[in-house]
Write a protein that binds this ligand. Structure first.
Ligand code: AGP
Length: 610
């Protein structure tokens, strides 16, 4: 979702801002813009609908002078993606410009008041209120810091904002209210770089500080000051010690294709320090040292989208394997339903980006209520990290494809390992040699799927023209049916529903006909016979069935149209393998339909608005 950059530099400002925005491209966006202040102290803005490369082409001959600027990738919330609505946005006098992540909930009311004061509005954005509000307070002779403070107090909602102004041509200001993504401010030898994430800072060395809720900063080449409640505060500056990782597609055409193929190696990496295959033990000793997981009587997992699907499966594993009552919630529902949580509950928020507004709000609520939390995140130094103060990292490296694949897999693996860890501590008989052998073998089984993916490609081609799909699974593979449907929707824009197969007779069965293929995940275990009954019922109604199974010998070929099979394991492990199959099925269908695999339409990698 929206990304913010800002620079004060001796280097060519336009190129630097565009490079920073390119680093944020993975987040998803639909328009781009930058604003700079030249030696004449005037603000220049260039912006465009569409991708950064189109923006760069359009303005390749436009030179922007000066050494200070801000930039933005916008994901439309208020007003269509257009050049007019793209950020930066001027105030009505064109004396200041802002870029903004988040949503201002009371923008209409503010707009009405400002129009009465004589301010004009030229865009459909809520952001224009911020520019005009700051301007209105400056006109009343408030200082810039006071004007920003008053603006932040007046708005309801979430905002991460940068401001430049002709009145202070050497300074970038910014503020943060609520959860609309991070703002990192960094300095190095008189240069300033500001960004929504670490990768886009562009500095490999230097110091950085992270802006918290209700903080305001001003930065120029001499100093960076941070204020809260109009008071100057001192904050801890940290050393930048993460070299930006150069991610390429390698031999693959798409990042997502590469990310799917990286999973066996990442799975093995995620064993390290957690699973001791020699002594047959599980520990998080170097990772979870602030809380003792064994003390909790209940667990509540929260997440959105794929992270929610992973939470759902995690709740099955933890209950089944560790026998600890575990539930999961969609963060956006959880946040507003006044949740009643028992004492002794551990909250586990899951988010690859660590920036999902709904999950941040839910986690923040739990923090205010005093619950212990352990987050599972991929990106370090994110807002969720800071709220929970305890994180397990996915170790998935940077995921560029907007649709999650390897981060979903890493989350599953961490949740499974937590279940084993808790079971080990209650001396479960499950934690035996066979379990360790099976777990160790999962990457090999994944490689078997990837090495034989031609069959999945062939089947995907056959089904690529269909408009509707039903995904069914039971037990551990019900969340994977949900994830399969989500991946298909995200990548190929095909309507797909994921259901627990037991639910089919309670409504979805009315959809069954030959134009609605059913993707049934059938694994050997307690659900086998139930799933067989389900596909028999579909077959009796002329349904078109694709079976994904680790026990095809237990199924009759006449019961389905197509079969994708994967290695046999204990049912506990089957989701790791069925996941790879549903990912391949979706990507191949999208490739067949010639779609934008890495940046599907309308989607964002960091969803920073509720
Ligand atoms: C998954 O493919 C999607 N990109 C989306 O559902 C995602 O899982 C969701 O937005 C939550 O993101 P998070 O893990 O960064 O919190």
């Amino acid at each position: 979702m929206c990304g913010i950059v800002g620079n004060i530099t001796n280097k060519p400002i336009k190129d630097l801002l565009i490079n920073g925005l390119t680093e944020l491209e993975y987040r998803g966006y639909d328009s781009v813009g930058i604003a700079t202040i030249g030696s004449d102290n005037k603000i220049s803005i260039i912006k465009n609908k569409g991708k950064i490369k189109d923006f760069a082409n359009k303005y390749q001959n436009k030179s922007l002078q000066g050494n200070l600027g801000i930039g933005h990738t916008r994901w439309a919330t208020h007003g269509i993606p257009s050049e007019t609505n793209a950020h930066p946005i001027y105030d009505s006098d064109k004396k200041l410009a802002v870029v903004h992540n988040g949503i201002i909930e009371n923008y209409l009311e503010i707009k009405k008041d400002l129009i009465k004061e004589g301010f004009e509005f030229f865009t459909d954005t809520d952001t224009e209120c911020i520019a005009n509000l700051i301007s209105s307070f400056l006109k009343k002779d408030y200082t810039m810091i006071d004007s920003i403070t008053k603006t932040s107090e007046r708005i309801i909602g979430h905002a991460a904002v940068l401001v430049i102004s002709e009145y202070f041509p050497s300074t970038i200001f910014g503020f943060k209210k609520g959860f609309a993504g991070s703002i990192l401010v960094s300095k190095n030898n008189g240069e300033i770089s500001i960004s929504s994430d670490m990768q886009a800072l562009g500095f490999d060395v230097g110091d950085y500080v992270v802006l918290e809720d209700n903080e305001i900063f001003l930065a120029n080449s001499n100093k960076v000051e941070i204020y809260t409640d109009k008071k100057l505060i001192s904050k801890e500056w940290k050393k930048i010690n993460e070299k930006s990782e150069l991610v390429t597609k390698g031999k693959y055409k798409y990042f997502m294709e590469k990310e799917i193929h990286e999973q066996p190696n990442l799975f093995s990496d995620n064993f390290s320090g957690r699973i001791d295959f020699v002594n047959k033990s599980i520990s998080f000793i170097d990772e979870i040292n602030k809380i003792d997981l064994r003390k909790f009587k209940r667990i509540h997992l929260i997440g959105m989208g794929s992270s929610y699907n992973a939470c759902l499966l995690g709740s099955y594993w933890i209950e089944k394997i560790a026998k600890i009552p575990t539930v999961c919630s969609n963060s956006s529902e959880f946040r507003y339903r006044d949740p009643v949580i028992e004492e002794g509950t551990l909250i586990i928020p899951v988010s690859q980006s660590g920036e999902t507004a709904d999950t941040l709000s839910a986690s923040h609520l739990m923090k205010q209520s005093g619950y212990d939390q352990l987050s599972i995140v991929n990106a370090k130094n994110t807002e969720l990290d800071r709220i929970t103060n305890n994180s397990i990292y996915m170790r998935a490296n940077k995921e560029i494809g907007v649709a999650s694949t390897k981060t979903f897999m890493s989350t599953l693996q961490i949740l499974f390992t937590i279940a084993l860890y808790l079971a080990q501590n209650s001396n479960s008989k499950l934690i035996n040699n066979k379990l360790f052998d099976d777990y160790k073998n999962i990457p090999n089984y994944m490689n078997n799927i990837l090495d034989n993916s031609e069959l999945i490609k062939k089947i995907s081609k056959k089904y690529s023209e269909y408009s509707n799909f039903l995904y069914l699974g039971r037990g551990y593979n019900y969340p994977i049916a949900m994830e399969g449907a989500l991946k298909l929707k995200e990548l190929s824009y095909i309507h797909a529903e994921g259901y627990p197969a037991g639910e089919m007779k309670h409504g979805p069965i009315s959809l069954i006909e030959d134009k609605m293929p059913v993707f049934a995940i059938i694994t050997d275990g307690v659900y086998l016979n139930k799933m067989i009954s389900n596909i028999r019922e579909i077959d009796s109604r002329n349904g078109n069935i694709i079976v994904l199974s680790n026990c095809p010998d237990k199924l009759d070929k006449s019961w389905y149209s197509d079969l994708i099979n994967f290695d046999y394991t204990d049912d506990n492990f089957s989701p790791f393998l069925s996941t790879v199959c549903i990912q391949l099925f979706s990507i191949y269908i999208a490739m067949e339909r010639n779609l934008d695999i890495d940046q599907p339409r309308n989607l964002a990698k960091s969803v920073t608005v509720e």
